[in-house]
Design a protein around this ligand. Structure first.
Ligand code: ADP
Length: 684
């Protein structure tokens, strides 16, 4: 029966613990020494390895003494080859006359089960470990996310500090957290915010003023290093005064000072912790967040600096007597207006802010006078142009106010660009010139009237002097003749000057007009030169014709008296600014098209006089400009060239000069000869 049993079975004599019988499965236990029945008859001591003898014999004796069966689960044995085997044992007493005489040993090999169980346990342990690691990692990521999310509020450094510190408080429950910035003063730290759990009431005062070196060396050392500084409470050991301060924060065992570096150290984050162990885990997470914290801190500080700067700028602009308006490119709405702007436009400041660009000068220009409409459109376009990068300056505009009054302003507009060139805003600056304009108008009116009043007596004097010249006896004293000639000449000169002044005042009032008619330009210039030749004995005048015959007509649309005025002004100057005896050349050249038709005429006046310095050239055609170093005894108002330029431009032509100091000058005038557009339209 034992032989065929699937489990190992053996019978031991209770008295001697000798093996009486065993099936092959059991005998396999004793491989190889006791195989094939050789174990039968031997005692337990012989059969068992020494290491387990005492333990197994004790089990047998317990069964024999108590008569109660014993079990041993997953009993471990070693095979001769060193392998481990596991067995389940049962020792059952066989009792005869109340005495245990035999012990039946049943063994079941459970190696596979035990090994599988052990493997399962190992795997379970590994799984638990992995799950813990995943949970820790998840927590770390969650903490990281919480901290990074708290950086979204970057508007202001102290707001950012509160947001970050309370996120850190939620994640790590420190006994105290504080954030310092390096932005206050170079090389120092200033406190931006603190966080302490509510139950810690005895919070020591942190350092709100900027810290300089020596005050808190730990923090300043952290600021200079790029790695975090970890301070641990070392009881009984020497502590610096500064470190003692940290331990006065209740429940604190460890303090971390983490420098926040981006391109430079932006600040230091301080966390007081309740355990030293918490520091390692925390440093991992914080290490990853530090660059982001630094970046957010830098951007918040920059933002604060910018808004301070903006505030400062607005305070300055608010004090200006000129109106200043800023229009935001993104919205095309007014983003800033100073009180002067509101006052000039006749609106309240709050009314102006946020108003769309096209309503900044007036809600609707329609139904207003043409002048006002044009001004409002010019105003709007100046701002639109500025948003497209174009500047405009010194525009005179009439701005209507809601109360019906009008102001005249001188305005300039320009784009405001960010550092990378993008236009962020347009600015328009305008000043009230209403009073100035009124004054100017009075002046012009007076000027025109004075002109008229001066001209009348002068014309009479000139008339009489010419009469006297004509009626003077041919044999009259040469002195008398000379005096009459001089009176006539000077009167004519004075009349020309008064005429020029009148023209300038007309120009200022935009009343000067040219009336073009068909004339022979060559004849006009030729006649004028002849008159000059008759009256000028001091200089050698000549007419030079290029690419045209002397009697060939050069027909064009010009204003005859105005063309005479142009050539006359230039010739007078050429004579005036040349020493006596000098040559003056007046030239004419038609500018022809492909068919040989004269489309334009070029007229030049060349002298060999004092010339013009290069530094004077750009200003020559300005009103009242006279060359810096000319002899002030040469009379003049500095309006001749200004007027000449205006007349040339009114003809649609252009004027320029080539001159070298001391070597004479040549003034060129190029005029179109074609019929004016209005005349063509009128004829049609
Ligand atoms: P002005 O009454 O002074 O002559 P203009 O307007 O005619 O005024 O000329 C302006 C200035 O230009 C003069 O003051 C003089 O310095 C300079 N200028 C004009 N024409 C000449 C010239 N032909 N040669 C040298 N300088 C000249």
């Amino acid at each position: 029966m034992l032989e065929h049993a699937p489990v190992g079975m053996a019978l031991f004599e209770a008295q001697t613990l000798r093996l009486l019988s065993a099936n092959p499965s059991y005998q396999a236990l004793f491989e190889p020494t006791w195989r094939e029945g050789q174990a039968i008859g031997h005692g337990l001591r012989d059969l068992l390895p020494e290491a387990v003898q005492a333990e197994v014999i004790a089990l047998f004796e317990h069964v024999i003494q108590t008569g109660a069966a014993q079990e041993a689960q997953a009993y471990r044995t070693f095979s001769p080859t060193g392998g481990v085997r596991y067995w389940n044992w049962t020792l059952s007493p066989l009792v005869e006359e109340e005495q245990v005489c035999l012990v039946l040993v049943t063994i079941t090999k459970v190696t596979a089960t035990v090994l599988a169980h052990q493997e399962a346990e190992r795997m379970q342990a590994a799984l638990t470990q992995t799950t813990d690691a995943v949970a820790r990692e998840r927590q770390r990521l969650a903490d990281r996310e919480t901290i990074l999310l708290s950086l979204r509020q970057v508007s202001e450094p102290t707001v950012l500090a509160q947001s970050v510190l309370s996120a850190l408080g939620g994640c790590f429950s420190p006994s105290m957290a504080a954030l310092y910035s390096t932005h206050a003063e170079p090389g120092s730290l200033s406190l931006l915010g603190t966080h302490t759990p509510i139950r810690v009431s005895a919070e020591p005062a942190l350092f709100p003023a900027p810290l300089s070196s020596g005050q808190h060396p730990d923090l300043l050392q952290a600021m200079q290093s790029s790695a975090p500084i970890v301070m641990k409470r070392a009881e009984g050991k020497d502590q610096t005064k500064a470190q003692e301060w940290w331990w006065s924060v209740p429940e604190t065992q460890c303090v971390i000072a983490l420098p926040l570096w981006e391109k430079r150290c932006e600040g230091v984050l301080v966390l007081a912790l309740r355990t030293e162990e918490a520091a390692n885990e925390l440093l991992n997470t914080l290490g990853e967040c530090a660059p982001h914290l630094a970046e957010a801190l830098a951007s918040a500080c920059l933002h604060a600096e910018l808004s301070n700067e903006k505030q400062r700028l607005h305070t300055i602009l608010d004090q200006l007597p000129e109106g200043v308006l800023l229009v935001e490119a993104r919205t095309s709405k007014i983003s800033y207006a100073n009180p002067a702007a509101a006052h000039l436009l006749g609106l309240r400041l709050l009314q102006l802010l946020g108003t769309p660009l096209n309503q900044s000068a007036l809600l609707s220009p329609y139904g207003r006078s043409k002048l006002v409409q044009r001004s409002v459109f010019q105003w709007n376009f100046a701002l639109i142009d500025a948003l497209w990068g174009k500047r405009s300056s010194s525009q005179e505009l009439f701005i209507p106010r809601p109360d019906g009054s009008e102001v005249t302003v001188l305005s300039s507009a320009a784009p405001i660009r960010l550092h990378h060139g993008l236009i962020s805003e347009a600015v328009i600056v305008f000043q009230d010139i209403t009073a100035l304009k009124r004054l100017e108008q009075h002046k012009n009116e007076f000027f025109a009237m004075a002109n008229h009043e001066l001209r009348t007596p002068l014309t009479i004097i000139l008339g009489y002097s010419e009469l006297l010249q004509m009626s003077a006896p041919s044999d009259g004293a040469s002195m008398q003749q000379y005096a009459l000639n001089s009176i006539t000449h000077e009167c004519q000169h004075l009349l020309r000057l008064i005429g020029d002044l009148l023209d300038v005042s007309r120009l200022e009032q935009a009343q000067l007009e040219v009336q073009k008619q068909k004339h022979d330009v060559l004849m006009i210039v030729g006649n004028l030169v002849s008159t000059f030749m008759e009256t000028t004995s001091t200089h050698k005048l000549s007419l030079r014709l290029q690419e045209i015959e002397p009697h060939e007509p050069l027909l064009g649309w010009v204003d005859l008296p105005r063309l005479e005025q142009i050539v006359s002004n230039l010739t007078t100057n050429a004579i005036k600014y040349s020493p006596g005896g000098g040559k003056v050349e007046i030239g004419v050249r038609p500018v022809r098209d492909g068919q040989g038709m004269a489309q334009e005429v070029m007229i030049w006046v060349k002298d060999e006089g004092i010339g013009i310095a290069t530094s004077d050239l750009p200003y020559l055609f300005e009103r009242f400009y006279r060359a810096k170093k000319i002899d002030r005894s040469i009379s003049g108002f500095g309006i001749g060239l200004y007027l000449t330029k205006e007349l040339v431009q009114a003809h649609g032509g252009r004027i320029w000069v080539e001159s070298t100091k001391g070597e004479g000058s040549t003034f060129f005038v190029q005029l179109p000869l074609g019929e004016p557009q209005e005349a063509i339209l009128a004829r049609k």
